[in-house]
Write a protein that binds this ligand. Structure first.
Ligand code: 5GP
Ligand code: ZN
Length: 114
């Protein structure tokens, strides 16, 4: 999608520190990490947010969660636990309108979030 930051990162036009990549998804380090580990998982094909998940595109979401479990092990945060979150819309404070899953770990989380 034109003028989409994460489409640019998925295409390699905008540089990122990649953690995992295949033909469907990309995982890369957040530019403003909120913990010792902060990885973003995106579908390469543009999906605006979790509100836009349908029966036609949901397979890539399952794939993201499957890969995220392996990345958590590889990053050394699986045993202690971590947070997976996807922000949606204004109240969810989504700032990049290309669906992404945040993986934040390496520190104790609190609940509820701010
Ligand atoms: P949101 O606020 O939409 O849930 O999350 C967007 C995330 O993208 C933020 O955590 C922000 O730090 C990250 N981000 C924004 N621009 C860039 C960028 O150019 N590169 C990387 N690696 N992360 C970015
Ligand atoms: Zn996009």
């Amino acid at each position: 999608m034109a003028d989409c930051l994460f489409c640019g990162i998925a295409a390699g036009v905008i540089p990122s520190t990649k953690v995992y990549e295949d033909d469907q998804i990309l995982a890369f380090r957040d530019i403003n990490p909120q913990g010792p580990v902060h990885v973003l998982f995106i579908p390469k094909k543009h999906i605006g947010s979790a509100l836009d998940i349908t029966a036609e595109n949901s397979a890539v979401i399952a794939h993201i969660f499957e890969v995220a479990a392996q990345v958590a092990r590889d990053e050394g945060i699986a045993a202690d636990g971590y947070r997976l979150v996807s922000n949606i819309g204004e109240y969810g404070q989504q700032s990049v309108h290309h669906l992404h899953l945040h993986m934040i770990g390496g520190r104790q989380m609190s609940w509820p979030p701010g």
